[in-house]
Design a protein. Sequence first.
Length: 309
Amino acid sequence: MTHAARDYARGSLAAMALGAALISTSAVFVKWVGIGPTASAFWRMGLASVLLLAWFVRPKVRAGWKPDARVLGLLAVAALFFAVDLWMWHRSILYVGVGLGTLLGNFQVFALAGYGAFVLGERGGWRLWVGLLLALFGLALLLAPGWEGFDARFRTGIAFGLGTAVAYAGFLIFFRAAQGQRAEVANEALLWWMCVFSAALLLAMTLAGGESLSPRGPRDWSALLAYALIAQVFGWLVIGRVMPKLPAGVLGLCLLLQPLLSYVWDALLFGTRLGPVEMLGLALSLAGIFLGLVRGQRKPAETAMDAAA
């Protein structure tokens, strides 16, 4: 490999790590805002749809901004899954914490593999099954030390976190289908449509749930704007641009930064601490998720799309 090629590879690796680190901050902003969990999800998608308009100044994006009816339909279904995903994930974050809520969402790699196995007839290979067992055993170790003392709210948060994994897998299935049929439509345009559809659904869900839509002053506005810009816009666009340039194994390791860093933010900002057994559980869960991400030597693009919400 030439010096220029090595520098290019290092640059791609650094960009991928940056994208995963950006997305890892998502749950922090959810904890910081003072409005309800559905309302904060609406603002994430609503503000992101406005911010993404900046990409329409590019001729390629502007020329291919409107997909055909079939692709729009797939994006609408993907947006429905993503809205449900955020509805559950935000509650999981508030109920069980930043780190555990993010880790549970990353279990979507196994929900997606289950769809591939039972619907598409795909073989997961040994990595999938070993990864699933490791992840479940690690989760059990994370929860076992305090399970008897957890209240109903915490246990509901666990259920919401696992539900997030299933909903995010549904989003990936339909969003990838839309990408496969997008023709000349730019990926940025697909992301914009998905944000618009999701924001509309989350607006209806917020109003139906009786939550207030109004952020409580500059602190809330700053957190919501950062949430939309850092997690939804920059994080997704950086990962989407770099993911075809790196092998699946490297991408899988980079993407593990998201749940790992979420525990770092949880400890630094919210005082969450893990004991030795819980640390072992976290390590085993991350190892299992890594094996799930790289199951069957899948394409790098598919691996990178498996980043959690």
